[in-house]
Design a protein around this ligand. Sequence first.
Ligand SMILES: Cc1cc2nc3c(=O)[nH]c(=O)nc-3n(C[C@H](O)[C@H](O)[C@H](O)COP(=O)(O)OP(=O)(O)OC[C@H]3O[C@@H](n4cnc5c(N)ncnc54)[C@H](O)[C@@H]3O)c2cc1C
Length: 583
Amino acid sequence: MHAVRDGDFWSSASSPENTGESYDLVIVGGGISGLSAAHFFRKAAGDQSRILVLDNHDDFGGHAKRNEFQVGNRRLLGFGGTFSIESPAPYSAVAKGLIEELQIDVPSYSRFFNKDLYRAQGMRRGLFFDKETFGADRLVPDPTTSHVGETGDHAKLDSDLWKKFLTEAPLSRRGKEDYQRLHQEKKDYYPGLNSDEKKARLARISYAKYLREVVGVGDEVVRIYQAFPHPLFGVGIDAVSAQDAWGLGLPGFSGLNLAPGAGKGMNRDAIPNEEAERYFFHFPDGNASIARLIVRSLIPKAIPGNVWTDVVSAQANYSQLDDGRSPVRIRLNSTVVRVKHVSDKSAAQQVEITYVTAGKLKTLRASSCVLACWHVVIPYICEELPDQQKEALASAQKVPLLYTNVAVSDWKSCRKLGVNSVYAPGSYHTGFNLDLPVSIGGYQCSQSPEDPIVIHMMKTPNRPGLPAREQHRIGRAELFATSFETIERKIRDQLARTLGAGGFDPARDITAITVNRWPHGYAYEYNSLFDKFWLEGGEAPCEIARRPFGRIAIANADADAYAYTDCAIDQGYRAVQELTRKS
Ligand SMILES: Cc1cc2nc3c(=O)[nH]c(=O)nc-3n(C[C@H](O)[C@H](O)[C@H](O)COP(=O)(O)OP(=O)(O)OC[C@H]3O[C@@H](n4cnc5c(N)ncnc54)[C@H](O)[C@@H]3O)c2cc1C
C-alpha cells in the first residue's frame, strides 16, 4: 500500500490475472467492522449469498488480535490489540444484538474474573519515576486511586500511602507540595464564571497549560501527568483539553463546581457514563474472541466448538477460511489496490476489485463492495470518489500504539514490590500491567505468584507540543523505523529497573516477547483543541467520508471517528443497510 500511496505501484505492476470469481459482496478489511458487515449482509440477503472478505494481514480480526505463548507446559494467552468489550457510551441495540447473537453473556463476567487476586496479595498501582525524567529511578505506590477510564475521586486519600509517596518520590519540596495541593485544594480558579462558561474555557486550553498557568503547579507535576491520557488518546496532556481531563477524573477541578454532564466539544472518551461502564467483558485474548466467534458463525469449520466460552481455547483451522465450497470466504494476505465500478457508477451492475497476493495481481467482481479498511487507504484504492470525500477520508489520522506482551516465568517480584500495575510517565513503555485474571472455557489464568504470566506493556509514540494529528504522524514514522531489537532492549531495561528491587532478572525471567505494532491503531477521535467543527458545530469529516458511492459503501470505526468495537459493528451494519436498501 505504501507503493500505491507513493505512486510507484502501477508503473511497475504487471497486468492482473482475472480469477473469474464473482460474489454478491466483497468486503475489503477483515477487522470487526468487515466481519460484522459479512454477518449483517448474510442476515439480510440469505445464507447462500456469496461473500468474500479480503485482508492484507495473515490473520483476521484487524485490531482484535490474539497472542499465544507456551511457557513450560502452560499455554498463555494475551491481547495483542483490542482489550475488551467496553465503550465510553452504551452499546447500540445493533452492537448489543450482535454480541447477544454470538451468545456472549456480558453480565456473567464476574463468574470468570478473579477480581481479588492481586488485591488479596496487597498489590496495587505503582508509579515509576525514571532517572532521565525525575533524577532517580524509584517505584512508589500511587496514592491516588483512579486509573484513566475509571471515574473516581482523585482526592480520596489514604494517608499512609500519601506519607510513603511524599517520603519516597524523587521530587523537590515544591514538587511534593504542588502534587499534594493539586489533589487537595478546592479552589475556584475561574470565579465569576458559571459552569458552562468554565467548561467552554477548559475546552480551549490543554490540561498541561491549565496545570501550569491556572492551578500554578511546576514542571515536575506536569511531567507526572504528561503520559496519563496515552492509553485513550495516544497523546499527552499537552494535547488533551482541560475539559477532557476533568471528564477523565484528573485532579484540579474540585473547586470549580462544574455541573455533571458533557460540556460542548468534549472528546467522546472523556464523557463518563454509568450504563456504559457496567457493560464490560474481557476475554484472555481480548476481542479476538469476538472476531473468532463471528468467523465461527460464518465459516463453522474454521473455528471448531459449540459454546461461546470454548472459543477461547479453540484451535483455528486457517485452511478452511478460503474454501470454495463455503458461501462465505476469508482471503488473507491479500492487499486490495483498486476498487472501481465496471462502467459508469450510475449504470454499473458490478464492482471490480484488484488485489495483490504473493506478489501477484488478481481481479474479481462483486455486485457490491464494503470498504471496511482504514479510511486513509481509501482515496488511494478508490480513485473515482469525489475529491471532497477523499479529503475527508484522508483526515482520519490513525493513532499509533505499541502493545507489548512479555511472558515471564513468575510474578514474585511484583508481589514483593506490591504492584500489579505500573504507570511510568518517563519510560519507553508508559505503563504495564499483570494480565487481568480471567479463566474461561478451559483456559486458566495465572493464579499464584509462582506461576507464569503475561505482562502487558503499552506505549503510544508521539511528539508533545504539536497538534494531535501531527503527533500521530510522527509517532507512526517512529514505530515504522524502530527495530524489534531496540524495543526488546527497552523492555529488558525497563522491567529490570522497575522490578529489579523485587528480584526480577530479565535474563532469567523473560521467556518470550511479542511486540504488536499498531502504526494504524485507534480511529482518530475529535478533539476540541484542534478540531473547530467539534467545538462549534458543523458536519464532521467522518460524515462526509462514509457517504455511499454507487455500489460501494464505507464502514470501519473511522466512519464514526470512534475507536471502539461497538462503533466498528455499527458502521458495518450501516454500510450493509445502505447497500441492501438499494438492491
Ligand atoms: C491497540 C488497540 C487497542 C484497542 N482496545 C480496544 C478496547 O479495549 N475496546 C474497544 O472497544 N476497542 C478497542 N480498540 C478499538 C477497536 O479495536 C477498533 O475500533 C475496532 O476493532 C476497529 O475495527 P475495524 O474493523 O473498523 O478496523 P480494523 O480492525 O483496523 O480492520 C481493518 C482491516 O482492514 C485491513 N486493510 C487495510 N487496508 C487494506 C487493503 N488495502 N486491503 C485489504 N485489507 C486492508 C487492515 O489490515 C485491517 O485488518 C483498540 C484498538 C487498538 C488498535
